[in-house]
Design a protein around this ligand. Structure first.
Ligand code: AMP
Length: 416
């Protein structure tokens, strides 16, 4: 569906043209017309489907019309609640882009940074507020924010919100905002507790489901390297020897692990930076900017930090570990191959993770092709003594070949 066939005003269509968006993604095609009819929406969609525009465009359109009809009051009329600061920043960027030819303004608030500049912007008056729950409640308690005039409410990434322990904050906010409003509720998954929460927020919602979490995009090729825990570090370097992997987003289970991976990559002259909850806001932003501008090759992220990362051209996702929750795998690899582009997802699986891999294959209903022909294969498979001897010999040969090549590369680099 083309945007110019939807009931969107000229300034909004112009903004879409500036962004070179022509065709709506499936969630946009379904959600925008329904939301423009002022219906509540229950959207089951993961990041990468274009859900931000799906809720941002109808809100901007409706507020723009109000503004044209004479409502110039600068008070918060739309609230977008999202779990992480990266997501909040990304959503604000989208609102800014889409509303740039209108008179609407918006701002973003999140914790972990000084509140003064946020308060200053709020005091100047905003139409649309994008917020993480903690800072929002904090500033409300201090009297800097009133939600009395909310007409549009978006709860984004509801499942992640509950995962992060924000359930009380969300419930509290839902009680405070006016009953008479339009609500748009988005979640990548819809377990019972999320559905129950949505029932307390939405009235007769239109249910829209795209790319259910169990389906991995057809445009993403997936591979798995079976290996051992102690070999992952070397296997990663082996994989990154392939220069066609210009850049990759690498997932690490833990923050500590992420830092260790970065250290090891740097030791091997591979530019890398980590992005996770223990990093200061400016460090995370810097890492992201450096990655987007191509200054670093590997961005190492934990699952929560990665949720807000929006990189248009990302082709490679590497799972340094296999997540024990199968849906997490689907979210991770969904970071590549966005908006229909091709992506490649590479996973490194150690014996303790074999069961997780099986769980993922069950969820996505397909077998992930295994790459075995490496110097660092998984070794605890049952084998006859002769097979084992042959296997160890071959493994040693490949290892020696790889380390010799790496040494030669290093020497070459030093000479240059
Ligand atoms: P989202 O799921 O909102 O995070 O969007 C995923 C990615 O798709 C972002 O990089 C958007 O800029 C991009 N995108 C969203 N909608 C469209 C569209 N209609 N045409 C082209 N790109 C889009």
């Amino acid at each position: 569906m083309k945007f110019n066939t939807m009931s969107l005003s000229a300034p909004i269509l112009k903004a879409l043209e500036d962004k070179k968006y022509e065709n709506a993604t499936p969630i946009q095609s379904k959600a925008i017309p329904a939301a423009l009819e002022h219906k509540d929406i229950l959207g089951i969609a993961q990041t990468g489907t274009g859900k931000t525009a799906a809720f941002a465009l109808p809100i901007i359109e409706q507020l723009h019309l109000q503004e044209k009809l004479g409502n110039h009051k600068k008070q918060i009329k739309a609230l977008i609640l999202t779990p992480t600061r990266e997501l909040a920043i990304q959503i604000e960027d989208n609102f800014k882009d889409f509303s740039k030819h209108t008179k609407l303004n918006n701002t973003v608030i999140f914790g972990g940074v000084n509140q003064n500049s946020q308060i200053k912007t709020l005091n100047r008056g905003v139409d649309i507020l994008i917020a993480t729950p903690g800072r929002l409640i904090d500033l409300m308690n201090q009297g800097f924010i009133s939600l009395k005039h909310i007409e549009y409410f978006v709860l984004d990434e509801a499942d992640r919100m509950l995962d992060m322990g924000f359930v009380h904050e969300v419930k509290k906010l839902v009680k405070i905002i006016p009953q008479k409003r339009q609500s748009l509720f988005f979640s990548a998954t819809m377990p019972k507790n999320i559905l129950e929460l949505s029932n307390t927020i939405l009235k007769n919602p239109v249910k829209i489901e795209v790319n259910p979490v169990s389906s991995t995009a057809e445009t993403i090729q997936q591979f798995v390297y079976m290996t051992n825990k102690s070999s992952k570090k070397d296997l990663l370097h082996y994989i990154l020897e392939d220069a066609s992997i210009e850049q990759a987003l690498l997932f690490s289970k833990t923050k500590h692990g992420a830092d260790k991976i970065v250290k090891n990559l740097k030791k091997n002259n591979i530019t890398a930076a980590a992005i996770h909850g223990d990093k200061a806001q400016n460090q995370r932003q810097k890492a992201l900017i450096n990655f987007k501008s191509g200054n670093i090759r590997v961005l190492v992220a934990t699952d929560i930090a990665a949720r807000g990362i929006d990189i248009d051209q990302l082709k490679y996702v590497i799972n340094y570990d296999i997540p024990n929750i199968s849906e997490t795998y689907v979210h991770r690899i969904g970071r590549s191959g966005r908006a229909g582009k091709n992506g490649i997802a590479i996973s490194l699986c150690e014996p303790e993770e074999n069961a997780f891999l099986k769980g993922i294959e069950k969820l996505i209903k397909k077998k992930i092709p295994v790459i075995t022909n490496t110097p660092f294969p998984q070794t605890d498979k049952p084998m006859t003594a002769a097979e084992k001897k042959e296997f160890e010999k071959e493994k040693q040969r490949r290892k020696q070949e790889f380390f010799a090549k790496r040494k030669a590369n290093k020497n070459n680099n030093r000479r240059r």
